[in-house]
Structures are given as structure tokens and as C-alpha cells.
Design a protein around this ligand. Structure first.
Ligand SMILES: Nc1nc2c(c(=O)[nH]1)N[C@H]1C(S)=C(S)[C@@H](COP(=O)(O)OP(=O)(O)OC[C@H]3O[C@@H](n4cnc5c(=O)[nH]c(N)nc54)[C@H](O)[C@@H]3O)O[C@H]1N2
Ligand SMILES: Nc1nc2c(c(=O)[nH]1)N[C@H]1C(S)=C(S)[C@@H](COP(=O)(O)OP(=O)(O)OC[C@H]3O[C@@H](n4cnc5c(=O)[nH]c(N)nc54)[C@H](O)[C@@H]3O)O[C@H]1N2
Ligand code: SF4
Ligand SMILES: [Mo]
Length: 655
């Protein structure tokens, strides 16, 4: 009974990227814990990972362990085991028999470790498949907005600079759920004044010095109110603007009318609070964390654009304690993810990626979709237009391959279902999209049965398809070293594994004040204070943000976590009273797209006009067979054909 410890990292789609220790006996994992020496996790995993990594993720009965072939009707989820050879022969023959552009490739961040998330794209480049634009179901409106203004959405502030910040603004982000360690340690221990802008009184907002609660989709109006006050108080940095900003005159053209009283009427935030927030933003250097939830709105691009004008207007950039963050890309630690994928060029004539907001429709069209390959994603649970998507997935003439750890909602529709190894079962590297960290993911256990890492599955499939390109057959150790060496942060994978997590020296965001825009300056042209009108009487805005008990739909098959997720829809006491409903009432949320049963909870943390039902559940685990995404008719934001999931409207109807 030898006990040893393996240090690794959590590769979930989460801001934290926690360090993990796996305690093992006889080389088998016995306990997955937070790494006490890791600066982010400090010895604790979040509640959901503490449960899932010691629960369903290591449950031999729940994990897929052998390649499977469908035996029943599509969607019933009945399969029989076959060999890897047979499964990949079928896949290669079917994928090779259709025009490449009619193979739809859906993938995202089920795991974010670089090989397991990115290597497969070389295969699809070679094939010439049509990609379902991954970010369009998550954060693309904000990305497009920030690329226009700053030339990049992935050069955020370095969180270590918070020690120099006088105030920290969190705008439409809820780290108490979506980044629990950043919430507890990074924010909780900061001496800065904290301002949260969120319609919901989240746990983060409840602790803030100031909480602004705009009506959903009205943040751009709120920003123009703030800019009015800043200008009136002489806090606009005209020198900075003259040197580094285009389009300020256009913004100023709006400011005469966007008084605090006007902004209060447009957003519902009291004029006095707008004055307070403006004063806090110029107290000293200010950090601004722009949430991904913020832009899941019909006006999401315009909103992110307006919020991102604040640092430019006040010169809150390129000095210690100043800046904004949406995402930090892997490039911030020197990992060239784009170059890694581009080692296999995209086949000439391949179609442009299509938005997830068009996915259900395109998948239902036999001329555009003849095969579907899904890995690192669970669209039957995560995507809008759930009913239409399922109908498309049932098409007998659509050949579907799913690669996952579990038999998810999507996996039920597979013709061929392939078992993936989990992050505990192979070496890889992980970067954070918040901290500037690079970590070694180290193998700590054997995969169940015949499960394989994604990258090995794609190597084998490439061989079956006769794709001989060297880049499709590189080994994991060679790829890891080739990724790590240019960072200068470790000599090779072995060195990184010995170090665990490394970071570059503290980096100042946009230190040289040169921006990758056409003019080289920050470009504020085209921003406007547009705001959503209040929701029509009787209707409620449906918010489905991150739950503390799931990571997207990952983990919702753990019985303990599924019980915590539940089917609770929370409204303000006034909304319950207006409908004569008591907490615990069985209700139905309805709109023109679907009806979803739920259990009512009442809490004034949710503002009037909103109903809160976090994402995460597996549809098939609910009695209705649906989850919250059934209610979303692929609403799209104003930029990037990106999701506007938080703009969905529903009514309560008698069940
Ligand atoms: N209503 C509503 N819907 C939303 C959102 C919302 O806010 N509201 N948010 C959206 C956002 S932000 C996102 S990013 C998407 C996410 O949606 P998805 O990309 O569908 O994410 P998950 O639901 O977590 O599914 C990831 C799958 O990857 C699998 N997986 C994990 N590790 C591996 C691996 O190593 N190999 C393979 N092959 N599979 C693996 C997991 O088991 C899981 O089934 O959901 C979107 N949907
Ligand atoms: N526990 C957990 N952590 C996660 C995830 C998860 O599912 N569970 N998902 C991961 C992924 S893929 C992502 S993209 C991130 C997302 O994490 P976040 O960026 O935090 O996004 P959300 O959770 O969608 O929403 C954050 C907040 O936006 C608010 N919001 C919605 N509309 C508006 C608006 O119009 N104005 C303002 N000011 N606020 C608004 C919501 O009330 C919510 O509290 O989290 C990651 N982390
Ligand atoms: S999901 Fe996030 S908070 Fe939880 S262990 Fe992983 S990185 Fe840490
Ligand atoms: Mo996301």
C-alpha cells in the first residue's frame, strides 16, 4: 500500500484553473484534492469539482469505457460495444463518403487542455469540415466588440496588478459562481473598493461596496450616464484621448443628454448611485472585469463596447492597477495555440464557420449537413433551440459521431460513440483565461477500459482516412515540448511538471499603448447609449447564468450535483405576489418556443422582471426531458451572431 501524490491542474472552462493533487495508492487515484501550494486553489477545489472528481468522474459505471455502435432508434441511447478498429473504420468510411463541407464539426471547451482541445482541429482542417463557431454559444459578441475597439479581446489585465488598484469594477460577471477562487482570494483579499454591476444580487455583489442593478440590457445607457458625470467633474483624460483614442468626439455628442436622470430612467439605476460609481472609478487606478454573462444580451456587443470605453475615456490603462479584462488568451503565457492548429492548413475551399445560433437549422438541412462530429461539447443540452436540434439529430440520413466521457444528452443521438480519457488520465498543458498561469496536467490514473485521449482518437482516425500529413501524427511528448519551449517558462514538459504552475513576470496590459486596430489607436467610433426597453407586463427576462453546482452541463450527471442543481426558478417577491404563487409552487415557464416545468423560489436577490434558472442540467434527467435551453429560439446578439441567452423572455402559465 504505497501512497504517492501527483500534482496536476483543473482544465475546466473556468477562470480559476486550480492546482490539484491526486493522492494515489498502488498508482490508482484515491482522492482528488486542491493543491495546498497552488496560488489559486490554496488546497481547496470548488464544491462541484470536489464532488465530481471524487464522484461521477471516477465512477466506472458512469464513464464510457468502450467504443459503441447504435442499435436502437436515434435518441434512445441504446448501443452495443465494438472494437476501436471497427468503430473508426465505420467513421472513416462514412466521413469520407460525403462532401467534406457537409461534415459539421462541433467542439468547445469540455476540456481546455491544449492537446485535447486543439489537436483535433488539425484533423478537421485537413478534412475540410465546417466548424460550428465555438465562441458563438458563449462570448463572441464581446470578442468582436473588443477587437474593434482595442484590436484584441484576449489581452486582459494581469490580475497581480490588483495590489495597485484603488477600485475594482465587476461588470456582468459573477465570480462567486463562475470563478470561486478568484472571488474568495483575489477579490476577497483586495483592499480596493469593489463595485459590482449586475441585475442580480449575487454573493459577490452582496459583499461589494457598491452594487448597481441595471435592468437587463441597459448597461450602455448606464455607461453614458457615468461618462456624463465624469466629463462634468473634469475627470475625462483629454491628454490620453488626444494621443491614443479615435472617436471621442462622437461619444461626446451624446453626453449632453445622457445625464444621470436620463440614465436612471433608461437603466433603473438611481442617479445618486451613478454619481457614486463615477467617483469610485476615478478614485485612483481602476480595474474593470468585463463579464461574459454581460454580453449574452441582444445588445451585448454595444454594451461591451460602451463599458470598454470607460478605461479609454479616463486613461485607466498602461499604469499599475489600471486596465480591463475580458479574457487572457494562451498567448499571454507564450503558448501559440493558433500556430499549433495551423500546422495543418485549412483545406482550400472549406466553408466558413457557422454560428451556433444557426446550428439547429443547418443540421436539419440534408443538403448542408450529412455528417456531424461532436467532441468536448454537449449541444443537445447547452444549445438553444433544443427541440429543433433534437429533431435534426434524429435524422436517419445524418451520420453522427460523439466523443465524450459520458453518455450525455448529445451522445444519445450518436451512431458511433467514442470513449474519451479524462484530464486525470493523460499529460497535457493548461493555461488560465484569468491568471497568467501555465500548468502541467499530469497523468494520475489509467483511463477506464479502452478510453483514449481526444488527440489519440484523432491520430487513429486520420490514419484510417489515409491522411498521412506528419502534423496529424505528432506524438504528445513532441507536441508538448514544442509548445512549452518558446514560452521560456520551462525547459520542457518534464521541467514544467516538476514546477507545476509557472507565470511570466507581471505584465502591464497594452504597455506600449499600441493597438492592433487599423489606426493603431483605441477606436470608440460607433458606440451608442442604446438600451432595451422594460419587458412587457406579465413577461419576465429569463437569466440562465453559471450555477455554482455545475460547469456548463459537465457534472450534472453526478447525483449529488444534479440534486443541488434542481429545477428551481427564482423570482422577486413582487412577481410571486402578483401571480399569487407561494415558494415551492410547481410552475411552467412558457413562450412561443417551448414550455418548461420548474419549482418556484422567491428571493429579492432577483430583481422584479427577471426569473433566474441557472444553466447546467441534463435535459434527459428532468421529468420533462427538457432544460432551460428549450425556451431559447436562438436569440442572437448584435455582433458575431453570438448568443443572447439572457435576453429570452417567458411567462408563467398554469401547468
Ligand atoms: N441557457 C444557457 N445556455 C448556455 C449558457 C448560458 O449561460 N445559458 N452558456 C453557454 C456557454 S458560456 C458555453 S461555453 C456553452 C458550453 O456548452 P458545452 O460546450 O456543451 O459544455 P458542456 O455542457 O460542459 O459540455 C462539455 C462536454 O465535454 C465533455 N468532456 C470533458 N472532458 C472531455 C475530454 O477530455 N474529451 C471529450 N471528448 N469530452 C470531454 C464533458 O463530459 C461534457 O459532456 O454552453 C452555453 N449554453
Ligand atoms: N460554476 C460554474 N463556473 C463557470 C461556468 C459554469 O457553468 N459554472 N461556466 C464557465 C463559462 S463557459 C463561462 S463563459 C463563464 C461565464 O461566467 P460569467 O462571465 O460570470 O457569466 P454568467 O454566469 O453567464 O453571468 C454573469 C452575470 O451576468 C449577469 N447579467 C446578465 N445580463 C446582464 C446585463 O444585461 N447586465 C449586467 N450588468 N449583468 C448581466 C447575470 O445576472 C450574472 O450574474 O463561467 C465559467 N465558469
Ligand atoms: S472548476 Fe474552476 S474552481 Fe473548480 S476546481 Fe476547476 S478550476 Fe477550480
Ligand atoms: Mo462559456
Amino acid at each position: 500500500m504505497i501512497e504517492d501524490v501527483v500534482r496536476t491542474v483543473c482544465p475546466r472552462d473556468c477562470y480559476d484553473s486550480c492546482g490539484i493533487v491526486v493522492r494515489r495508492r498502488d498508482a490508482g487515484a484515491v482522492k482528488v484534492l486542491g493543491d495546498p501550494d497552488h496560488a489559486v486553489s490554496r488546497g481547496a477545489l470548488c464544491g462541484k469539482c470536489a464532488i465530481a472528481y471524487n464522484g461521477v468522474w471516477r465512477d466506472g459505471a458512469a464513464r464510457l469505457a468502450r467504443p459503441l455502435r447504435r442499435v436502437g432508434p436515434k435518441g434512445e441511447g441504446r448501443f452495443e460495444p465494438i472494437s476501436w478498429d471497427a468503430a473508426l473504420d465505420i467513421a472513416a468510411a462514412r466521413l469520407g463518403a460525403v462532401p467534406p463541407a457537409t461534415v459539421l464539426n462541433a467542439h468547445y471547451t469540455g476540456t481546455r487542455s491544449v492537446l485535447a482541445a486543439a489537436f483535433g482541429m488539425r484533423f478537421f482542417n485537413r478534412l475540410g469540415a465546417t466548424e460550428i463557431e465555438p465562441d458563438s454559444v458563449c462570448n463572441l459578441a464581446g470578442i468582436v466588440a473588443l477587437e474593434r475597439i482595442y484590436g484584441s479581446a484576449v489581452h486582459g489585465f494581469d490580475p497581480r496588478t490588483a495590489r495597485d488598484a484603488a477600485s475594482i469594477f465587476l461588470w456582468g460577471v459573477n465570480p462567486s459562481a463562475s470563478a470561486p477562487h478568484a472571488d474568495k482570494h483575489w477579490l476577497g483579499e483586495s483592499s480596493a473598493r469593489v463595485v459590482v454591476v449586475d441585475p442580480i444580487r449575487t454573493a459577490t455583489a452582496a459583499r461589494a461596496h457598491l452594487h448597481l442593478r441595471p435592468r437587463p440590457g441597459t448597461d450602455a445607457a448606464l455607461v453614458f450616464g457615468l461618462l456624463h458625470v465624469l466629463r462634468r467633474n473634469g475627470k475625462i483624460d483629454r491628454d490620453f484621448i488626444a494621443r491614443h483614442v479615435d472617436g471621442w468626439r462622437e461619444i461626446e455628442g451624446h453626453l449632453a443628454t445622457t445625464t444621470p436622470a436620463w440614465a436612471e430612467a433608461a437603466s433603473g439605476v438611481a442617479a445618486a448611485d451613478i454619481e457614486r460609481a463615477a467617483a469610485l472609478y476615478v478614485l485612483g487606478p481602476a480595474l474593470l472585469w468585463i463579464g461574459q454573462g454581460l454580453q449574452r444580451q441582444k445588445l451585448g456587443g454595444a454594451i461591451v463596447g460602451a463599458v470598454a470605453a470607460l478605461p479609454a475615456a479616463t486613461g485607466n490603462l498602461a499604469r499599475p492597477g489600471a486596465g480591463f479584462l475580458y479574457l487572457n488568451g494562451a498567448g499571454r503565457t507564450g503558448i501559440d495555440r493558433g500556430g499549433f492548429v495551423a500546422k495543418t492548413a485549412k483545406r482550400a475551399g472549406a466553408a466558413d464557420a457557422i454560428s451556433h445560433m444557426d446550428f439547429a437549422r443547418v443540421l436539419g438541412d440534408p443538403k448542408r449537413a450529412q455528417a456531424f462530429f461532436c467532441w468536448n461539447a454537449n449541444p443537445a443540452a447547452s444549445n438553444p433551440d433544443q427541440l429543433a436540434l433534437r429533431q435534426a439529430l434524429r435524422r436517419e440520413d445524418l451520420f453522427t459521431v460523439v466523443v465524450d466521457l459520458f453518455q450525455t444528452d448529445t451522445a444519445d443521438y450518436a451512431d458511433i460513440l467514442l470513449p474519451a480519457a479524462s484530464f486525470l488520465e493523460f499529460d497535457d498543458i493548461v493555461t488560465s483565461y484569468f491568471h497568467l498561469n501555465l500548468s502541467a496536467q499530469q497523468k494520475a490514473a489509467q483511463p477506464p477500459g479502452e478510453a483514449l485521449p481526444n488527440q489519440e482518437i484523432f491520430r487513429r482516425l486520420a490514419r484510417k482516412m489515409g491522411f498521412a500529413d506528419a502534423a496529424l501524427h505528432e506524438t504528445d511528448p513532441a507536441m508538448l515540448d514544442a509548445l512549452i519551449v518558446p514560452t521560456g517558462l520551462a525547459a520542457d514538459f518534464a521541467d514544467l511538471a516538476a514546477k507545476g504552475t509557472v507565470s511570466p513576470p507581471v505584465r502591464m496590459q497594452f504597455a506600449d499603448l499600441r493597438f492592433a486596430t487599423p489606426s493603431g489607436k483605441i477606436d470608440l467610433r460607433g458606440l451608442s447609449p442604446a438600451a432595451d426597453p422594460p419587458t412587457a407586463s406579465g413577461r419576465l427576462r429569463l437569466f440562465s447564468p453559471a450555477s455554482p453546482w455545475a460547469l456548463n452541463t459537465s457534472y450534472a450527471n453526478d447525483p449529488k450535483l444534479d440534486a443541488k442543481l434542481g429545477d428551481t426558478a427564482t423570482v422577486h417577491p413582487d412577481e410571486a405576489r402578483a401571480r399569487k404563487l407561494e415558494p415551492g409552487a410547481k410552475i411552467t415557464l412558457a413562450n412561443a418556443t417551448a414550455r418548461l416545468p420548474a419549482t418556484l423560489a422567491v428571493d429579492d436577490a432577483v430583481p422584479p422582471g427577471v426569473v433566474l434558472l441557472p444553466k447546467g442540467r441534463w435535459a434527459k434527467r428532468a421529468a420533462s426531458g427538457l432544460n432551460v435551453n428549450a425556451l431559447n429560439a436562438s436569440l442572437r446578439a448584435d455582433l458575431g451572431a453570438s448568443t443572447a441567452a439572457h435576453s429570452v423572455e417567458v411567462e408563467f402559465v398554469v401547468a
